[in-house]
Design a protein around this ligand. Structure first.
Ligand SMILES: Nc1ncnc2c1ncn2[C@@H]1O[C@H](COP(=O)(O)OP(=O)(O)OP(=O)(O)O)[C@@H](O)[C@H]1O
Ligand SMILES: [Mg+2]
Length: 262
């Protein structure tokens, strides 16, 4: 059993790599194991709430909380498989609006109030490295980096590495990269061997490793958000669901390993 709440952020400045899909899967999977989970959407695209079946129009969002207009408790919306703090397009003004000193700590300050109500807090982030991503990194124990196993999409992690190092140095010494998660994986792809070698190389640069479980590609994943549920519920006997279940076990193992080191 996990005794202290852990904060895990899915991040990659590249778009469409499976951050939101994996956030939903981890929330749902942990919730099915009776862990108390909270998902937070730090992406102005607002995909997380929608994908978890929330009506995201006219509700209190993370934007209201970070602006100081609402308490974090008022922004928590219950779903069958965990609590969610949704986001919407208003959050896209963050870079200009959140300009006071200490703006890197806005999420952390709010999260400290409710953190102990949960075993896991999982944060979904936008495809960028900006003040929203930094706010997520500042309150996280772990980052998980989903990547699509194609040469071009694996290039260009140096910026991500720099951001992680800066946050670790100045704002959050507890931050660790838990691993790289390969998504939309297809064993028949010719490039796979080169791609795996490159992914391992990138992982080394980030002081981490590639998760042993990889998430296979399947159309059922793309269908799930329209049903307002994770692929785990939408297609329980599909390949991506089996892969996500293995991945969730990998995550729990890596969480326990960190705990026993501290
Ligand atoms: N294993 C998979 N197999 C097939 N399609 C997938 C898989 N994982 C994700 N997708 C699809 O790829 C698209 C992008 O996934 P997702 O929204 O999770 O990525 P993201 O990193 O959150 O994107 P963004 O950066 O825009 O927030 C979605 O349509 C999703 O359904
Ligand atoms: Mg997303």
């Amino acid at each position: 059993m996990i005794l202290v709440s852990l904060v895990i952020t899915f991040t990659n400045q590249k778009g469409g790599v499976g951050k939101t899909t994996s956030t939903c899967a981890l929330l749902t999977g942990l919730s099915l194991q009776n862990y108390r989970v909270l998902g937070i959407d730090m992406d102005p695209q607002g995909n997380l709430g929608f994908s978890m079946g929330l009506d995201v129009e006219n509700v209190v969002t993370i934007y209201d909380v970070l602006k100081g207009k609402a308490s974090i408790k008022d922004a928590i919306h219950k779903t069958e498989f965990g609590d969610i703090i949704p986001s919407n397009i208003l959050l896209s003004g963050a870079e200009l609006e959140f300009n006071r000193s200490g703006r890197e700590f806005l999420l952390k300050e709010n999260l400290d109030v409710i953190k102990n109500d949960y075993d896991f807090i999982i944060i979904d982030t936008p495809p960028s490295l900006n003040i929203l991503t930094v706010n997520a990194y500042v309150c996280s124990n772990f980052l998980i980096i989903p990547m699509v196993p194609e040469i071009l999409s694996l290039l260009g992690v140096s910026q991500l590495k720099e951001t992680v190092q800066t946050v670790k140095k100045f704002y959050n010494t507890n931050l660790d990269v838990m691993g790289i998660l390969l998504t939309k994986y297809n064993r028949r792809t010719k490039l796979t061997k080169e791609v795996e070698e490159l992914a391992n190389e990138i992982a080394k640069q980030l002081d981490t490793s590639v998760f042993p479980s990889k998430i296979r590609a399947s159309v059922v994943v793309a269908e799930s958000p329209a049903h307002g549920e994770s692929v785990l519920l939408h297609a329980p006997s599909s390949k991506p669901t089996a892969d996500y279940i293995n991945f969730i076990e990998d995550v729990l193992v890596r969480c326990r390993a960190k705990k026993s080191n501290t």
